[in-house]
Design a protein around this ligand. Sequence first.
Ligand SMILES: [Zn+2]
Ligand SMILES: [Zn+2]
Length: 304
Amino acid sequence: MSLRTTLPLHLIPDVSELGCYLPVVLPIAWIAVNHESANSYWQWLCSELTFQQLTCHLPFLCAFFFYFGTSLVFFTVDMTNSFQTFKIQTKKKPPTLESYWNCAKLVLFNFLAINLPISYLNYLWLDNAEAARMQVYAALPSAGVIVRDLAVSAVLFEFSFYWWHRLFHYPPLYKIVHKEHHKYTAPMGLAAIYAHPLDHLITNMVSMILGPIFMKMHVAVLCLWGTITVITTVCTHSGYALPGSANAASHDYHHYAFNSNFGVLGIFDWLHGTDKGSKEYEAAIRRRIGREKVAKVDKVSKDE
Ligand SMILES: [Zn+2]
Ligand SMILES: [Zn+2]
């Protein structure tokens, strides 16, 4: 296994993808500017909700609502054949209502059988330690601390997700655990956690909770972290390279080519050389989308 020595300049996001950072930047910027108001709102929530609602229901519902909300946006795009210029795998037929329904059943099961008990464990764990219990009611952390906690969580997520995902591509494990997630060679947003429950528990959830545990994350920041991770994963499975959306082409290539791009941010794929063909695939998609946009503009000006 060899490590790269060149700089990973290709990991710097394209200008068209920067909009995907708005769900992260906007709440943090708002907290930075209005820390007192944000803190008053959190204290109001603390006074209105029970400890179990704050530590179990709230993180679960944030992830649940934003997962299905973002999936609904891409479902509408699929069903109305909108934004076809930005479709990544143009030769694949759009998903049918039946495939959406089949996908929704396993996704819902994973949310209820895996995410909900983990949220409940979060409540039990915090409830049993006096210091941790008091921290829930503490003031909201500053914007700097939030950025630090999210950045560390993102790196830990990338490390854990990359290695578990790569391990589950080992043929005997792939057949039993990970094959389910690869049912869709051209993925759709809702299928982001369409996976064997064990795969969802280990690859997704263990990777997701490492940062909050390690950083002793404030529950309000945990809700933000959960929201960011579900929006990102739905966007990267959407099948569309929409401007302002997370880089979907990278993980789409994993579903298409199967043995490339095991991570999310691309750091460990670059380090271990498991990103072969990815740059070319993403560049080809950008060129094709650019050509189609120019052709559309030309058609409109000719019609006028
Ligand atoms: Zn995979
Ligand atoms: Zn996937």
